[in-house]
Design a protein around this ligand. Structure first.
Ligand SMILES: [Zn+2]
Length: 260
C-alpha cells in the first residue's frame, strides 16, 4: 500500500503537471461500482476551476486552490494518479478522469478499487474529521512522545495507527524498527525518551530518503530491510535471519538477531 513517501512522490508529480489549467470536465471511468468516487454534482463543482496548489497529509493527497473546492485522493492499495496528454488514451482501469483545457489529462487508476476520491471544502477540516494524527514528516518530538510513546500497544501497531501518526504503513514501520534495532512487539510505552527520539529521527530520515528516490526502492541502500524483505533472507546488518510474524494485524518483517 502506498505510504507517505509514495504519496509524496505522487503529489510532486501532479504538482508539476496539473496546476494552473482550467478544468473542463471530471468524468467517471469504466466499472465504477464499489469504489468511492464523487457524484455528478460534486464533480461539477470543479468544472471551470483550476488547481493552484497541492498538499499531502499522511496518505492523503489534496489538489485545490485557496478558495476550494479540493479533490482529496486516497490511493488505497493500488491507486495511482497519472498525468498524460490526449490523444493518448487513459490508462486501463481509470476510475476518474480530469480533463483540463488543451490536451492535459489526469487519470486516477485504481485496479483494486480500494482508493477513494472525494470533493471537499478544505483539507484542514477533512484531516480533523478523519481524526488523523500529525503527519510523520512534520510531527514534533513532543507530539510523537505523547501519541506513540504513551501507547500500551506493540510499537509496530502504534506506528501504524493513523490517529497517532499519519503516513506510516507496514513497509516503513518495519524499516525504521529494523534500522533502530527494536523488535516490532516491544511495548511502545516502555521505550524511553532517548529511544523515542532516535526512532523519530530515523523515521524522518528514511521517509526523506525514499522521497528523494521518487519511491524507487532499487535506489535505496542495500543494507535496508526493504531490499531483502522476505522470510529466510540474510540480514545485511548482522548476518542474522529475516523472519515474519503477525503484529497488530499486519505481517511484520524483522531480523531475529539484532531486533530483539
Ligand atoms: Zn540483523
Amino acid at each position: 500500500m502506498p505510504e507517505l513517501p509514495e504519496n509524496e512522490a505522487q503529489r510532486r508529480l501532479v504538482d508539476r503537471e496539473c496546476l494552473h489549467r482550467t478544468i473542463e470536465a471530471v468524468e467517471l471511468g469504466d466499472d465504477v461500482t464499489y469504489i468511492a468516487l464523487p457524484g455528478d454534482n460534486e464533480r461539477a463543482r470543479l468544472v471551470g476551476r483550476q488547481f493552484t496548489e497541492t498538499r499531502r497529509h499522511g496518505k492523503n493527497i489534496f489538489l485545490g486552490s485557496k478558495t476550494g473546492p479540493w479533490m482529496a485522493v486516497h490511493l488505497g492499495m493500488t491507486g495511482r494518479l497519472i498525468p498524460f496528454d490526449a490523444p493518448e488514451d487513459p490508462p486501463t482501469k481509470t476510475k476518474l478522469l480530469v480533463r483540463f483545457e488543451g490536451d492535459r489529462r489526469l487519470a486516477f487508476r485504481c485496479p483494486r478499487k480500494l482508493g477513494k476520491v472525494r470533493i471537499i471544502d478544505d483539507p484542514d477540516t477533512f484531516i480533523a474529521e478523519q481524526k488523523l494524527g500529525p503527519d510523520a514528516l512534520t510531527i514534533t518530538k513532543r507530539q510523537f512522545a505523547d501519541a506513540v510513546g504513551s501507547s500500551r500497544s506493540a510499537i509496530k501497531a502504534a506506528l501504524l495507527d493513523q490517529g497517532k501518526l499519519a503516513g506510516v504503513g507496514n513497509l516503513w514501520s518495519d524499516e525504521v524498527l529494523f534500522q533502530t534495532g527494536l523488535a516490532p512487539t516491544d511495548t511502545a510505552a516502555n521505550l524511553d525518551e532517548a529511544c523515542l527520539e532516535t526512532l523519530l529521527k530515523r523515521l524522518k530520515a528514511i521517509l526523506e530518503a525514499v522521497i528523494d528516490t521518487d519511491a524507487t526502492y532499487s535506489k535505496l541502500r542495500d543494507d535496508w530491510l526493504i531490499r531483502h524483505r522476505k522470510k529466510g533472507a540474510t540480514c545485511r546488518r548482522c548476518g542474522g535471519k529475516i523472519d515474519s510474524a503477525k503484529v497488530g494485524g499486519r505481517t511484520a518483517y524483522f531480523c531475529t538477531s539484532h531486533q530483539s
